[in-house]
Ligand binder design. Structure first.
Ligand SMILES: Cc1cc2nc3c(=O)[nH]c(=O)nc-3n(C[C@H](O)[C@H](O)[C@H](O)COP(=O)(O)OP(=O)(O)OC[C@H]3O[C@@H](n4cnc5c(N)ncnc54)[C@H](O)[C@@H]3O)c2cc1C
Length: 403
């Protein structure tokens, strides 16, 4: 078996990469180790409405609910609100992530990519240092498939990058361990996403509440792995629900999931014959842990660059570096800035968080984004947040050098 491109992993990053490469005429194989795309769901299912503008999805079947905005609570309960009225009506969606992932894989298939399930990549095929394809295990059978380009879209646990010699290690202080319930039967009338901060509530992370509509809610927690120990995330989440979200106690638990998100700096994403996309590239937002938007944006860029590479029959690092250049232009600055902000915020104690929230509680934000929140913080606290100031203005070029 031989393909121009093998994409490993049919999450959002892999499916979008496969689709845009196939659209440009490449012969693409999308390999997924699971038996069903999108299952199990490992996601809070919150995403910015910005993705509407990119025209990547065709249906609306994946939308569970449209948010009215976000409410952020400091440890003492002070509330900062970003509402749709302030944000030009553009907020976020709560999605059915399984439907979302299936649609993206469907569109990859429609563009000409071949999709193969229950196919786990267990190694790279190499000739010397040159990557020639992948080793696959499918229903207990092992075999090799050749390709000119291998794409690691294999998520937070990615092995493809490591097998290619890229250091993809995520330090415990760059990894959020998460658990989340989905409850039905909850009488809690809100269409706002809620975020609860505090060293005791969720050390190095936060608790989120996402309304899916009709009394269904995702309630989850992420804590930094270096503060974590077995069972702690679930214990903290249960304690919070017990104390602060009494309406959820009558809820019926339909799902309890556990997973991890990299809140790290991006890694090197290109080698000869190889690219990394999505969580495998550490493209999730270091503040929020959200990785869907960058998976879509990065996947599209990767697919287009791969399409050109196949057309020109050039698979060397220099040619593929176009992908790294373009994702850095698109969202590299944001990732680096938010990584630095994450590091700064880790030093904030609960008292400081309360003080910051208090100063923003009546603020009118210009848009529904972390940048808008950061700009307001810098404006209100120029001395305390001196270190943040240059990050907001830092030019693209300087950012590129720093990544
Ligand atoms: C609890 C939790 C909550 C989250 N909440 C949000 C949120 O609300 N909003 C948001 O934007 N992001 C959220 N994220 C992050 C988001 O889910 C990821 O950033 C996103 O899924 C990254 O997409 P991806 O395609 O890179 O990886 P994934 O979606 O993880 O897909 C990787 C795919 O590769 C497959 N795979 C792995 N190894 C192999 C192999 N060897 N062979 C074949 N297939 C393989 C996997 O089975 C999987 O299907 C959350 C994450 C967690 C864990």
């Amino acid at each position: 078996m031989r393909y121009d491109v093998i994409v490993v992993g049919a999450g959002p990053a892999g499916s979008v990469t496969a689709r845009f490469a196939a659209k440009r005429g490449a012969k693409v194989l999308l390999l997924e180790r699971r038996a069903e795309i999108g299952i199990p769901v490992l996601c809070g299912e919150g995403v910015s409405q910005r993705i509407d503008k990119w025209n990547i999805l065709e249906s609306k079947n994946w939308i569970a609910n449209k948010l009215d905005g976000a409410k952020i609570f400091s440890p003492d309960g002070t509330k900062v609100t970003l509402s749709k009225e302030m944000a030009g009506n553009e907020t976020g969606y709560v999605i059915y992530r399984d439907v979302f992932d299936k649609e993206l894989a469907h569109l990859a298939g429609k563009a000409g990519a071949e999709v193969m399930l229950r196919s786990e990549v267990i190694g790279l095929v190499k000739e010397g240092d040159k990557i020639k394809g992948v080793k696959v295990r499918r229903m207990k059978e092992d075999f090799e498939i050749e390709a000119d380009i291998v794409v690691g879209a294999d998520g937070v646990e990615s092995k493809i990058g490591r097998w290619a010699g890229i250091d993809t290690t995520v330090k415990p202080n760059d990894l959020e361990t998460c658990v989340q319930y989905t409850f039905s039967n909850v009488d809690y009338p809100t269409d706002y996403g809620e975020f609860y901060l505090g060293k005791k509530i969720a050390p190095g992370g936060y608790i989120w509440v996402f309304p899916k509509g009709d009394g269904v809610f995702n309630v989850g927690i992420g804590i930094l792995a270096n503060f974590s120990k077995p069972g702690l995330a679930l214990k903290l989440l249960n304690a919070f629900i017990e104390k602060k979200l009494p309406d959820f106690k009558k809820g019926i638990p339909l799902r309890l999931l556990a997973g991890a998100v990299p809140v790290a700096k991006p890694v090197e994403t290109v080698r000869d014959n190889l690219l990394l996309v999505g969580d495998a590239a550490r493209h999730a937002d270091p503040i929020t842990g959200g990785g869907i938007t960058t998976s879509l944006e990065g996947g599209r860029i990767a697919g287009e660059v791969i399409g050109d590479a196949v057309e020109k029959q050039r698979f060397d690092r220099e040619r593929l570096a176009e992908y790294e250049k373009r994702w850095k232009e698109a969202f590299g600055q944001k990732l680096l800035r938010n990584y630095m902000v994450k590091e700064i915020m880790l030093d904030f104690d609960d008292k400081t968080l309360n003080m910051l929230a208090d100063s923003l509680k009546d603020y009118s934000f210009e848009e529904f984004s972390t940048l808008s929140l950061l700009k307001a913080l810098v404006l209100k606290h120029p001395t305390l947040l001196m270190k943040l100031k240059p990050l907001i203005k830092l030019s693209e070029k300087k950012m590129e050098k720093k990544i």
